[in-house]
Design a protein around this ligand. Structure first.
Ligand SMILES: C[S@@+](CC[C@H](N)C(=O)[O-])C[C@H]1O[C@@H](n2cnc3c(N)ncnc32)[C@H](O)[C@@H]1O
Length: 395
C-alpha cells in the first residue's frame, strides 16, 4: 500500500471507532477484510489510528473541523507534523479525496497548536481536567503531554525461569533488543523488535511476560514471602498473579467476578511455570489470606497512551459507577484478610477520587486498619499511570 492509501485506510478505521466500535476490534476486522495489506501496512495503519486517537482533540482543532472525524484527525495530524495535507489528499489511486472547499477554508482559519486552549492542546477532556490537576499538580501538563506520545514497551523477566542476562540473550535470539530498567529489578525496556515478542521463543517459553513498568514496581513493593496465602481478588487476565508468583513460593488463588476474564490464566501460568489456583464458581473463596490484592476496575486514566479511545469514551457517570464498585470491592476484600495480614489496593488511574480518596474513605469506614505504603506512578517515570496502597489489618 502507498503511504496515501494507508492514511485513507486509517480514516475509515477511525470513523468506525468514532461511531462507537472498540479500536482493537475495528483494526482486526479491517485486517481480515483487507487481505491485500501486508504486516508493514497493518502496523503503519495501526500507528496512524492510535496516534490520531491520542491527539484527537488537538488534531481536530488543527484541521479546523468542528467535530472529530477520520479525515479531520488525519488532516490535523499532517499539519501537526509540518506536512501539507494537499500532498496526501490527492484523490489519486487509493489516496484520500482532495480537501473540499469547506475543509480548505476551515484549515486556513484554524489556529496553530500553541494558540489552542490548554485542555485542547493537551488532548484532555474538559470534565476530567480538574481531577487530574488536583492529583498531578505541577505535573499536570507534562503528564498530559507524555500521554500524547506512544508508550514504551516493557517486559518482566520471569525470575522463576531465568535471570535478567539470560532473558536478554533469549530475546536477542528472537531478534528483540531489550535493556534492564534501572528502577525495577526484573523489568526490561524493549528497544527494538516489539512486534516480534509474542511470536518469539522467550515469550512462548515463559522467560518473559509483557507487563508495564509501573505495575511491576508496585508488585515489587508487596510484602511477599514463601508459604504465604495470597488472594488476587480481581485477577482478570492474571498479570499481577503471575508477577506475584514469580517473586516467592506462595499459595495463590485467582478470583474474578467475570470468570471468563481468567480464561487465559491457566495457559499463562503453565507457560510461566507458576502454580495459580482459580476460585471455583459457587464455592467459597476461602478466608484469612495473608495478602489480598484488589486490582480494581478503574477509569484507566493512567493507560491512555495504550488505550487512547478510552480517554474520549469515559464519562462522569461511568466514573461514578466505578467509584461505587471500588469501595464495594475494598469492603469485601478486607473481610478475607487474616489478622495482621495485608490488603493491597491498585488502580491504573491518576485520579485521587479512585486512589487516595477511596483508601481514606475505607479507613474511615473500617477500624483497625492502617495505611502503610502509598505510591502514585505517572508516565513521567516511563511506565503507565498507576496507584498502589498497602493497608495492614491490626488484629
Ligand atoms: C483492572 S482489571 C484486573 C487486571 C488484572 N489484575 C491483571 O493484572 O491483568 C479489574 C478486574 O476486576 C474484575 N471485577 C469487577 N468487579 C468485580 C467485583 N465486584 N469482584 C471481583 N472482581 C471484579 C473485572 O472483571 C476485571 O477483570
Amino acid at each position: 500500500m502507498t503511504p496515501e492509501a494507508r492514511i485513507q485506510a486509517a480514516i475509515g478505521v477511525l470513523d468506525r471507532i468514532l461511531a462507537g466500535e472498540p479500536a482493537e476490534r475495528t483494526l482486526t476486522n479491517w485486517a481480515r477484510a483487507s487481505r491485500f495489506a501486508g504486516s508493514g501496512d497493518r502496523a503503519a495503519i495501526r500507528d496512524h489510528v492510535f496516534d490520531a486517537l491520542r491527539c484527537l482533540r488537538s488534531f481536530t482543532a488543527l484541521s479546523g473541523a468542528a467535530e472529530p472525524s477520520g479525515r479531520a484527525a488525519m488532516i490535523g495530524a499532517l499539519r501537526a507534523h509540518g506536512r501539507n495535507p494537499d500532498d496526501i489528499f490527492t484523490g489519486q489511486g487509493h489516496a484520500p479525496s482532495p480537501l473540499t472547499p469547506e475543509e480548505r477554508n476551515a484549515l486556513a482559519a484554524a489556529p496553530a497548536l500553541d494558540a489552542l486552549p490548554r485542555n485542547v492542546a493537551l488532548d484532555c477532556p474538559d470534565w476530567i481536567a480538574p481531577h487530574l490537576r488536583r492529583a498531578l499538580q505541577e505535573d499536570f501538563a507534562p503528564v498530559l503531554r507524555a500521554m500524547r506520545e506512544r508508550a514504551p514497551v516493557f517486559l518482566r523477566v520471569n525470575a522463576a525461569k531465568a535471570d535478567v542476562g539470560t532473558a536478554i540473550a533469549a530475546l536477542a535470539a528472537d531478534g528483540i533488543v531489550a535493556a534492564p530498567d534501572p528502577a525495577v529489578s526484573h523489568a526490561l525496556r524493549v528497544i527494538e523488535g516489539a512486534r516480534r515478542i509474542t511470536g518469539g521463543h522467550a515469550y512462548r517459553d515463559g522467560v518473559v511476560e509483557l507487563q508495564d513498568l509501573s505495575p511491576q514496581a508496585a508488585v515489587q513493593d508487596l510484602p511477599l514471602g514463601d508459604g504465604m496465602r495470597v488472594l488476587d481478588y480481581c485477577a482478570g487476565g492474571g498479570g499481577k498473579s503471575l508477577a506475584m508468583a514469580a517473586r516467592a513460593r506462595i499459595d495463590i488463588v485467582a478470583h474474578d467476578i467475570a470468570r471468563q476474564r481468567m480464561r487465559d490464566l491457566p495457559e499463562r501460568a503453565r507457560r510461566a511455570g507458576a502454580n495459580i489456583r482459580l476460585a471455583q464458581p459457587g464455592k467459597p473463596i476461602g478466608k484469612d489470606f495473608d495478602l489480598v490484592l484488589a486490582d480494581v476496575p478503574c477509569s484507566g486514566t493512567g493507560t491512555w497512551r495504550r488505550t487512547p479511545d478510552a480517554k474520549w469514551r469515559l464519562t462522569e457517570s461511568r466514573l461514578g459507577e466505578l467509584l461505587q464498585t471500588q469501595s464495594l470491592i475494598l469492603d469485601r476484600a478486607a473481610d478475607l484478610v487474616a489478622p495482621k495480614g495485608w490488603l493491597a489496593y491498585m488502580t491504573c488511574s491518576l485520579v485521587d477520587l479512585e486512589n487516595g480518596d477511596q483508601v481514606r474513605a475505607f479507613l474511615s469506614r473500617h477500624r483497625g486498619w492502617t495505611l502503610g505504603k502509598e505510591r502514585l506512578f505517572t508516565p513521567l517515570s516511563a511506565g503507565d499511570g498507576f496507584y498502589m496502597a498497602l493497608l495492614t489489618r491490626e488484629a
